[in-house]
Ligand binder design. Structure first.
Ligand code: KIV
Length: 272
């Protein structure tokens, strides 16, 4: 293969085929430069509706719109060569009917080039997932803690503890049987995540779930230490870029105030 030959972009079919294989590496991204960084290492890049909280300062994901998802989706698509791009369906864009979900999913894919959509919900969304997959829209499902439902769940609580485990398992089975190509398990006990992973035929992607899942996903701003409003237990920090950026901004401000920036090498003479 020549050095500049294009790599084939992964599809939902490739991702589904990874069930029980090498763990799937997934991260969110919302911009072109970050998508480029993620593409080098990830199998799946998710344009998550977490964009509303980490980039737009919204208090939850509920205020995220189709237009926001499309703008960020287009930016991410420009940064990807290999990873499958999955885009979140925002709150209110799919729950009303399978037809509404199809219209908005098709728009997200057509206008961004995403290879799949993600939507939240288990058994209640099975008919919608069946409708979409029968019409050429690959769906990543999302069960356990579904942040768009915080008002009915009563907050960002662990889901599926004790007697509630069967509900989450049933949700995962329902979305798998409806045709989802993978399912995100968010904030569920590790033993339950392992049980679901053993039971369902599609890859499970954990976030606050278990190392036994078929893959893992994190919000990129969490793992880079850029989003510091709060830190969920599951959001391991692999870097503290927020602190580094704050120190850089402070150094710049100090140099401007002291007239040490710009220095001779940053300004122009007649010739250079
Ligand atoms: O919006 C998002 O980033 C997500 C991940 C946390 C799975 O849904």
């Amino acid at each position: 293969m020549s050095a500049n030959a294009r790599q084939r972009q992964l599809t939902a079919v490739d991702v589904q085929a990874r069930k029980g294989g090498a763990p799937l590496v997934c991260l969110t991204a919302y911009t072109t430069p970050v998508a480029r960084l993620a593409d080098a290492e990830c199998d799946v890049v998710l344009v998550g509706d977490s964009v509303g909280m980490v980039l737009h300062g919204l208090p939850s994901t509920l205020g995220v719109t189709m237009d926001m998802m499309i703008l960020h989706g287009q930016a991410v698509a420009r940064g990807l060569d290999r990873a499958l791009m999955v885009i979140d369906m925002p709150f209110g864009s799919y729950e009303e009917s399978p037809e509404q979900a199809f219209r908005n999913a098709a728009r997200l894919m057509r206008e961004t080039g995403a290879g799949a959509v993600k939507l939240e919900g288990g058994a209640a969304m099975a008919d919608t997932i069946r409708f979409l997959t029968a019409r050429s829209i690959p769906v990543m499902a999302h069960v356990g803690l579904t942040p768009q439902a915080i008002n009915t769940l009563g907050g960002y609580k662990v889901q599926g503890r004790g007697a509630d485990a069967d509900r989450v398992l049933t949700d995962a089975q329902a979305v798998a049987e409806a045709g989802a190509f993978s399912v995100v398990l968010e904030k569920v006990p590790a033993a339950l995540a392992d049980r679901i992973t053993e039971t369902v035929a599609i890859p499970t992607i954990g976030i606050g779930a278990s190392a036994g899942c078929d893959g893992q996903v994190l919000v990129i701003d969490d793992m880079l230490g850029l989003f510091t409003d709060f830190q969920p237990k599951f959001a391991k920090r692999y870097a503290e870029l927020g602190q580094g950026a704050q120190a850089a901004i402070a150094a710049y401000a100090e140099e401007v105030r002291a007239r040490r920036f710009p220095a001779a090498e940053h300004v122009f003479g007649d010739a250079t």
